[in-house]
Design a protein around this ligand. Structure first.
Ligand code: COA
Length: 171
């Protein structure tokens, strides 16, 4: 008996273009209860870090990453997966997974020790191999991001979970 046909890709992935910036802004803004807000200017400045997912030419999702400005700890640097969003009608079809795995594939080139996410969707990231860590293990994130949060005064009482995917370095 022949092997089953491979699953069709749920979407096409590509690096964002400047023309996508307003759609990315709208998608992030739509999920402002779960995602850190971004200005249009911030998206434009970081457009080359965004990946978008398309189905039949329509943008159905986006994701990006940030790099923590650590100096002197090259073995412990982490990248943060950010702004992961999939339009509601296209959820649970593998689009979110494809976006996150593509971001992880891209950031591996920089050889970070880990990919970090702070998320209200721990089940989703758990399916992708991320594991929850205590927030005091990611103080770099708290000092560079959470400290400026306008939603919660204290990162330790914020309901977002900190999750990490260890990335193998090539050494
Ligand atoms: C979270 C989100 C990106 C997931 O996108 P998606 O395209 O539906 O995810 P996928 O279909 O690729 O799911 C991958 C796996 O996670 C599981 N999963 C996805 N969402 C889940 C959820 N809310 N609860 C539990 N499991 C979930 C899927 O069942 C699938 O499991 P599998 O390994 O058995 O196949 C999407 O729901 C979303 O945009 N939510 C709003 C914004 C948000 O919360 N973003 C995360 C911010 S950090």
């Amino acid at each position: 008996m022949s092997a089953p046909a491979p699953e069709p890709a749920p979407c096409a992935l590509r690096t964002a273009r400047l023309v996508d910036a307003e759609r990315i802004f709208a998608l992030i803004h739509l999920h402002r209860d779960r995602l850190v807000p971004r200005s249009l200017g911030n998206i434009v400045e970081n457009i080359d870090r965004f990946v978008v997912a398309e189905v039949d030419g329509e943008m159905v999702g986006c994701a990006t990453y940030g790099i923590f400005p650590e100096i002197g700890e090259p073995l412990h640097t982490a990248v943060e997966i950010q702004s992961v969003a999939v339009r509601a009608p296209w959820r649970r079809k593998g689009v979110g997974r494809a976006l996150v795995l593509e971001i992880v594939r891209r950031v591996r080139a920089f050889e970070p020790a880990a990919a970090l996410v702070l998320t209200f969707s721990p089940e989703f990231f758990g399916r992708l191999g991320f594991r929850e860590v205590p927030k005091d293990k990611v103080m770099y994130k708290l000092y560079t991001g959470c400290i400026n949060c306008t939603k919660y005064a204290n990162p330790f009482t914020c309901p977002e979970k900190a999750m990490v995917l260890e990335l193998n370095r090539r050494d």
